[in-house]
Design a protein. Structure first.
Length: 332
């Protein structure tokens, strides 16, 4: 198996891109810590399965990031792995050809090359950190990461976050429980020691210093949790543990009552709360693609262009409508 360093030698990061990634991490950290008043917008497909449409989406999103950059700091969702409750496609890295060949090494090449292409557009990248080993191959290219609702209770993910130099969002559990995510934030701010692979592919002991640039992501559960009283309750729980009360709202999943078209309604409500001086809300997450809905994997060779193969997404026109409305109405 190729090592992280070997892959990075084949697909290297330029100084220009490295500086851009480092600067974007700093900006996101400043938003989390209240030093930058812009809203953080995490926007993109539920998952990436096709390179051409991903770059197409990135080009479109970059145009909006330039246009709305005074008020909104837009980063693209480039989710390369998918956590499955029981079964299903596990993402571009694990099964890049969508045929159950599980050519993971090819998936790592494809994923890293895609990330470099998007970064050349001057668009920061957000991804979910699922495999702690896969992350070693792309860690220099990521500006913001998330720990998903199914892995937020994982001790190894909490330990890992404590040692990585990027801002991280922890999602609440799929049932809507926020306690585990708050505990994860607390744990990730501590020092840890654990076993992992290093950039040379060697098993090593990692000693960490803690990650202070983290926050909770409210994604709903059995019922939505983006309402004013949900926000107040979450802030109170975080205050009780002495944690910063910054949070981000996922407009999809449980908050959309599992109807992707409700993301516009959620975004409007969240913006209203922000403009009512609830500045602990640092931004929103949208599941968006070129075309709307989702499609099944029965015929992977005949997939529709720009349509999700995991969770359904809003289309580009709706995405533009939401971001334009936020830009115009956000009281900066």
């Amino acid at each position: 198996m190729i090592t992280p360093n070997e892959l990075k030698d084949i697909l290297p990061i330029s100084k220009v891109i490295r500086d851009f990634v480092l600067k974007s991490r700093e900006i996101i950290a400043n938003i989390i810590n209240g030093k930058d008043p812009r809203l953080l917008i995490v926007c993109g497909p539920c998952s990436i399965h096709e390179i051409k449409s991903a770059i197409d989406y990135g080009i479109r999103l970059r145009l909006l990031s330039k246009r709305f950059g005074k008020k909104l700091y837009i980063i693209m969702r480039v989710y390369l792995e998918k956590s499955r409750t029981i079964f299903g496609w596990k993402g571009l890295i694990n099964d890049p050809y969508i045929n159950q060949s599980f050519d993971i090494e090819s998936g790592l090449f494809i994923a890293r090359n895609l990330l470099l292409s998007i970064l050349k557009l001057k668009l920061p990248i957000a991804t979910e950190i699922l495999s702690i080993n896969n992350y070693q191959y792309i860690n220099d290219l990521i500006s913001w990461g998330s720990i998903g609702a199914r892995t937020v209770e994982s001790q190894i993910h909490r330990e890992m976050v404590s040692g990585i130099p990027i801002p991280i969002g922890f999602k609440n559990n799929t049932d809507g429980n926020i306690t585990k995510a708050i505990n994860a934030i607390k744990a990730s701010r501590l020092k840890h020691s654990f076993i992992n692979i290093n950039q040379h592919g060697k098993v090593t002991i990692v000693n960490t210093n803690g990650n202070y640039n983290s926050h909770i992501i409210l994604r709903g559960g059995k019922v939505p949790n983006y309402y004013d009283y949900d926000i107040r309750f979450c802030k109170q729980q975080m205050n009780n543990l002495g944690l910063p009360t910054k949070l981000l709202i996922d407009c999809s999943h449980g908050n959309a009552s599992n109807n992707y078209l409700n993301q516009l309604k959620v975004a409007r409500y969240v913006l209203k709360q922000i403009n009512n001086n609830n500045r602990d809300i640092i931004g929103i997450m949208l599941e968006s693609n070129i075309n709307s809905g989702s499609q099944k994997l029965n015929l992977p060779k005949h997939l529709k262009y720009g349509v999700s193969i995991t969770d359904p997404c809003i289309n580009w026109n709706t995405t533009y409508k939401i971001l334009l409305e936020i830009y115009k109405k956000f009281v900066y």
